[in-house]
Design a protein. Sequence first.
Length: 49
Amino acid sequence: MSYKISFQERAKLAIEHLSKQSPVTYEKALEQVKRLKEMSQSKVKKQSI
């Protein structure tokens, strides 16, 4: 993979990549948020340094 790529080329590739993804509905996004919130809750809180 070539790492010497211009910003415009990288943006073009990103748009192409995003256009290939399936669209996300609002309901699916809410389900994902709910699942992530449930997974992130922990009974043991991490101690800050």
